[in-house]
Design a protein around this ligand. Sequence first.
Ligand code: UDP
Length: 240
Amino acid sequence: MTAPAYKRILLKLSGEVLMGNQQFGIDTEFVAALAGEVKAAKDSGLELCLVIGGGNIFRGMAGAAKGMDRAQADYMGMLATVMNALAMQSALERLGVPTRVQSAIEMDKVCEPVIRRRAERHLEKGRVVIFAAGVGAPYFTTDSGAALRAAEMKCDALLKGTSVDGVYNADPKKDPTARRYDTVDYDTVLADNLQVMDASAVALCRDNNIPIVVFSIREQGNLARVLAGEGTQTIVKKDV
Ligand code: UDP
């Protein structure tokens, strides 16, 4: 596979990858290791936007399932993503990587609000921009937040670093015959309800022609391999 020529990417990390080997919360050692991978990607000359989920702390659906008001629970989930963003900012800055957090829910004591032009300037100056609080509205996920920011920041690709190494035609944990796609088009993902990102996020990427690269961030060094066009991954794109 030839190395894709990305100039600017958005890296989406599921909240659960920040747990490391814990059952819940933030494993600071693991976050430090992730920050090292992000630094390496940035040092290779890329402009980097980051979106981190909140599933390691709180998911709105889980709260709603236990009787909470869904919107209220979703706002808690969004706050969880801000905590993760601050943890990652701290880890990146310990490595000397200048970083700004912009939150879709304004909280000016801890971070900036989302201002696209300011984010653009940060990237030009070599800062990593972490977009927190998803799209800032309940009934969405950070996948949709990632797709939205990738579109407005004109990223060349959305890299989804998660616990699985790509997109399968069935759940590999349940079906031993499940097959991983190297590439798959957006419409197949949507029609077959393949587990990549939620449908609204996939549709936003499709409509803006942003390739989605799904890979496992749990394997050390995998981000660099994927950026070099190596390593196990699935690319969701228009023409396959
Ligand atoms: N969330 C939301 N709107 C958004 C982004 C996130 O309501 O735009 C809430 C939602 O409750 C979600 C939680 O924040 O469950 C954590 O985000 P997500 O589940 O996307 O995290 P991940 O699965 O990537 O760790």
